[in-house]
Design a binder for this molecule. Structure first.
Ligand code: HEM
Length: 364
């Protein structure tokens, strides 16, 4: 049974290898400053308990069962991670937290190709629950919502999943392409320090040390439309080969793309997704760590398949990394086949440290 500790300098669920199932929950804090302290302490305690697993104990909830019971009496962890992030709205006037706001945390703006629905955007808190078994995710979600009832009102929820590598390499998204190939190496600590972890100083409050800006974009895919497009055109839209994941200028998934050609031949089109997204040659600190999940939400009102990508990424500086990339993607060839409708900008809190205290002390 795979177990990730909730303690340490950084939260789990960021560099952690992507699990098979996920639930994203965004909620608003419905209490006062003291209530927020209680909420953060409750989250701290429940996350420590849930990610440790083991026999269900008496957790102090009186007269009702200590646990919802859907996993039996001995809790498996199945690689469970629960990652808590805060939205810019938490730092408005309600809690007196304006001076504590992570300096780069702003509400997510609408980008050029977006069709944002306010019901699917924002939230004071974002909770990302991931595990390799779907019932472990559901169990944790029910436990967390029960424990925070009265202090947290859920605003939106979206569940996701990833596929095992087919046949090898990186998992595929629902357009059929391997997704995550060019991610930075999470085992390189110095690189993660530059690209992922936020540091105090330089305008940031000290408490942000070890956290990370967390972007969520809920992106619908028009899959019926996509499935009628030739594979040749699909390859050109991404700049990679659908089957192998190789750049169109190479043969192997991990070959570096060659962007010297302008068009035609084996060149990667100027409006191809990877060509617009990448600046690793000229601006190496502009890279992001993507950690996305597919979603399948049944049908829309017109009977079309409602599926897409829960795009998520982590970065040390929103403006320098995510936003710079997103602006370059405006008008890319892919934009006719996808539609971002929700999500938000959040800040993943620093890790819980070494077993005492919790987030209330850091944030408040
Ligand atoms: C690369 C899919 C949205 C940033 C890729 C690749 C695929 C892909 C298949 C190539 C393989 C890889 O390196 O992972 C998609 C789909 C999207 C989407 C289907 C929407 C539905 C976004 C967004 C961003 C983004 C919103 C950021 C603003 C990147 C980056 C790369 C990449 C930085 C790596 C480029 C490189 O350095 O080669 N994406 N993506 N993608 N994508 Fe996306």
């Amino acid at each position: 049974d795979l177990r990730y500790s909730a303690d340490g300098p950084h939260q789990a669920g960021i560099l952690t290898p992507v699990q098979r199932h996920a639930c994203y929950l965004a909620g608003d804090v419905t209490t006062d400053r003291e209530g927020l302290r209680r909420l953060l302490d409750t989250l701290t305690a429940r996350i420590r308990a849930l990610t440790a697993g083991g026999p269900v104990g008496d957790d102090g909830l009186v007269r009702t069962a200590a646990d919802n019971g859907i996993l039996g009496d001995d809790l498996p962890t199945a690689g469970l991670t629960i990652t808590v992030s805060v939205g810019a709205s938490l730092f408005d006037r309600r809690f007196g937290l304006a001076p504590r706001r992570p300096a780069r945390l702003v509400p997510m703006p609408a980008f050029a190709d977006d069709a944002l629905d306010p019901a699917w955007c924002g939230g004071d808190l974002l909770v990302q629950v991931c595990a390799d078994e779907p019932d472990v995710v559901v169990h944790a979600v029910r436990d967390l919502l029960r424990a925070t009832r009265g202090d947290l009102q859920v605003r939106w929820r979206r569940d996701g999943f990833t596929s095992p590598p087919r046949p090898s390499g990186t998992p595929r998204n629902l357009l059929g392409f391997k997704d995550g190939t060019a991610n930075p190496d999470v085992s390189d600590d110095a690189l993660m320090d530059r690209l992922v972890w936020t540091h105090g100083g330089g305008g940031e409050p000290d408490w942000v040390e070890g956290g990370s800006y967390h972007v969520v974009r809920l992106i619908r895919m028009f899959v019926e439309f996509w499935d009628r497009v030739s594979v040749r055109e699909q390859n050109a839209i991404f700049g990679r080969d659908k089957s192998s994941g190789a750049p169109l200028t190479g043969t192997d998934e991990f070959d570096p793309p060659d962007y010297t050609g302008q068009s035609g031949g084996g060149a990667i089109r100027l409006d191809a997704h990877i060509r617009r997204a990448s600046r690793s040659g000229t601006a190496p600190d502009q890279r992001i760590l993507r950690r996305g999940f597919n979603y399948d939400a049944g049908l829309d009102a017109a009977g079309n398949l409602d599926m897409g990508l829960i795009f998520t990424c982590f970065n040390a500086d929103l403006e320098r990394q995510f936003t710079a990339i997103q602006r370059r993607l405006e008008g890319e060839a892919l934009s006719d086949y996808v539609s971002p409708f929700g999500g938000g900008f959040y800040f993943a809190l620093p890790g819980l440290g070494s077993g005492e205290g919790g987030w209330a002390r850091a944030v408040l």
